[in-house]
Design a binder for this molecule. Structure first.
Ligand SMILES: Cc1ncc(COP(=O)(O)O)c(C=O)c1O
Length: 414
């Protein structure tokens, strides 16, 4: 790794001046795009999961956005489909270079290409880490509420999931002293979500240092999932974990273009591993499990991590920030309901506890009365009861309609 810059760049300077979108290729985030009937989990399966009909329901659950990616990504796919032969892909040099460029220009640290491993998405990468650095029966830590797939993969790999509670009443800050008391010595890995899904928190440098101390004290491997790091709202600054001292020899950073560029279906993520000994272990796992990325994800990601992609991300953040403001104003106007202030991501964590309703009552009003598919807080483990997670990565018209329906559904509240 090149000498790491010790401070993440302020958001304003993370924005790139160059990389104009080609003439005629406009960014129109308001464009209505009907995703129904495209084998899309979020819109096509909401009836099966929530009983919300796609005929007039609004899908705000699965964490992908409803936007098309930038033109540079579309051109990369078009090049492949125009050629029309779908054999094995070649080397991944350009992809690795693009990842390193992105990290340096957007996050202020520059990995070397050999640190970058391509995986079939980040849930897959978490599974590979579990296989590399723990055994069945070992304890694996997550901070709760937690992204539900972490729990699925940890339990699926027959490791014991240990939920470290965040402090609900303090807008989900750390409680490291309480966590220390929970340790038994059988813990192997902490999966950190930075920024955090589902609460939308960006961890401060001081908080990341506390986490670094915690993993050192308990001799843990730190898997830092930074998939939401490119979706930071103005006024907040994400610090990539490699910029925090003292964890480099126990760190795996997970990152992907899938959330910021809406490429989840390409199933490509990267595990970035600064330490050569850890890299050797991870490489062995990938070899043993026959891991290789699909041929679409590599050029799509390479195209995304470019000046043109950066310009698109900045435009998307401006749009999402206006969604966020409209959403939080509308939600906070409901008596007893509060959106936890969103610092990153398009996943809004909404607190319904002040209504005095049970989770089942809240779910019923959201699914049946408002006809909105959203994740119940209880899907995210400890600290989720009484909350719901809404995906606001959608056209503004959907946000306005969802708010109007929620005001009708909860209109009797005083
Ligand atoms: C923190 C986090 N990690 C990973 C994922 C999924 O990553 P992938 O689709 O690359 O498996 C998500 C999706 O919501 C997420 O929020």
């Amino acid at each position: 790794m090149r000498p790491a810059q010790r401070d993440p760049l302020p958001l304003a300077t993370q924005r790139l001046a160059s990389g104009a979108t080609k003439k005629g290729e406009q960014m129109d985030f308001d464009e209505k795009i009907d995703r129904r009937g495209t084998n899309c989990n979020k819109w096509d399966h909401m009836e099966r999961v929530y009983g919300v009909s796609p005929d007039d329901g609004i899908a705000m659950w699965v964490a992908d956005s409803d936007f098309r990616p930038p033109a540079c990504v579309q051109r990369a796919v078009q090049k492949i489909t125009d050629h029309g032969v779908y054999g094995y892909g070649g080397d991944k040099d350009a992809y690795r270079q693009a990842v390193c460029w992105w990290m340096e220009h957007r996050h202020g640290w520059r990995p070397e290409p050999e640190m970058v491993f391509a995986t079939s998405g980040l849930v897959n990468a978490v599974g590979l880490c579990l296989h590399s650095w723990s055994d069945p029966g070992d304890r694996v830590l997550v901070m709760s509420p937690h992204y539900h797939a972490f729990g699925r993969v940890v339990r699926g790999a027959q490791r014991e999931l240990v939920e470290l509670p965040l402090r609900v009443e303090n807008d989900f800050d750390l409680d490291v002293h309480a966590w220390d008391a929970m340790m038994t010595g059988a813990e192997k890995i902490l999966i950190l979500c930075s920024p955090h899904n589902p609460t939308g928190r960006v961890w401060s440098r001081a908080e990341l240092m506390e986490i670094a101390d915690f993993v050192r004290r308990h001799d843990l491997l730190l898997v830092s999932d930074e998939v939401h790091a490119d979706l930071i709202y103005p006024g907040h600054s994400h610090a990539a974990m490699p910029l925090v001292d003292g964890v480099e020899d126990r760190l795996v950073v997970l990152h992907s273009a899938s959330k910021p560029f809406n490429l989840a279906g390409a199933y490509l993520g990267q595990a970035i591993i600064p330490d050569p000994k850890l890299r050797a272990v991870f490489a062995k796992t990938c070899l043993g499990l026959g891991i290789s990325p699909n041929m679409f994800g590599v050029p799509m990601t390479t195209a995304a991590f470019s000046p043109e992609g950066a310009k698109w991300i900045d435009a998307q953040m401006d749009y999402l920030d206006a969604n966020r403001a409209a959403w939080e104003d509308g939600i906070n106007a409901l008596p007893g309901v509060r959106a936890v202030p969103l610092q990153a991501t398009y996943l809004s964590w909404v607190d319904f506890r002040g209504t005095g309703m049970t989770q089942a009552e809240v779910n019923g009003r959201v699914y049946k009365d408002a006809r909105i598919a959203a994740h119940a807080g209880t899907d995210f483990g400890l600290g989720g009861d009484g909350f719901m997670r809404f995906n606001i990565g959608t056209q503004r018209a959907n946000i306005t309609e969802a708010l109007s329906r929620l005001h009708d559904a909860f209109g009797d509240l005083q």
